[in-house]
Ligand binder design. Structure first.
Ligand code: ZN
Length: 204
């Protein structure tokens, strides 16, 4: 008896249906899997805005379609997903509109590399109840383009920097206006004073 080629051996479980148990039918679309118990395609789409919690998303499920109705299952999945995605977009926009710092800003493109430089956007933050963040795109050195928190001052497109209170609201320049800079101009010795300090060890 000839040994079967490796490829034939791999295909064997499906081909040998009847003698061995067939393998599960599979689908490349995420959210569609074969339900062995019901012998139907299982369609699952998670909808966080049904509950409002990312940790507890409502599950839309559908078990209408049988083995030879995979195309219908894919179409149904796409339809449910389009509805869920539209709700997600609508709800995150509604939340964003409550916050003054996102008004009149465009929504950030999904990918940071698609964003315009020197432009402020708003972006939802799913870890914080979808409270929007004001962002600008930036990168340091060879980093990928990524969203960074933006200064909250009108028309400012600089990235926000950590201030004296540990907040991340303003760029260095606008921190001075709000009195939260770590580098307090008034308290900081000027150049001549610094030279004196260096020479004498203190200013007085
Ligand atoms: Zn600023």
């Amino acid at each position: 008896m000839e040994a079967p080629p490796a490829a034939a051996a791999e295909a064997a479980p499906a081909a040998a249906a009847g003698t061995t148990r067939p393998t599960h039918p599979t689908c490349d679309v995420k959210g569609i899997s074969w339900c062995k118990g019901l012998q139907k395609w299982q369609i699952t789409v998670y909808d966080v805005f049904a509950t409002g919690k990312r940790s507890d998303p409502w599950r839309h499920t559908d078990y209408t379609f049988g083995l030879h109705e995979k195309d219908q299952a894919i179409a149904k999945h796409a339809q449910i997903k389009a509805e869920v995605d539209a709700r997600w977009k609508r709800e995150t926009e509604r939340i964003a509109a409550r916050y003054s710092w996102t008004r009149n800003l465009p929504r950030a493109p999904d990918k940071a590399e698609d964003a315009e430089k020197d432009t402020t956007y708003w972006k939802e933050n799913e870890r914080d109840g979808y409270r929007p963040r004001r962002v600008v795109v930036g990168k340091r050195g060879k980093e990928q383009w990524q969203y960074k928190l933006a200064c909250h001052a009108d028309d400012c497109t600089s990235a926000a920097a950590v201030d004296a209170a540990g907040g991340l609201m303003w760029c260095h320049r606008h921190q001075h206006e709000h009195g939260v800079s770590k580098f307090k101009k008034r308290n900081r010795p000027n150049y001549t004073q610094r030279c004196k300090i260096r020479r004498r060890g203190s200013l007085t």
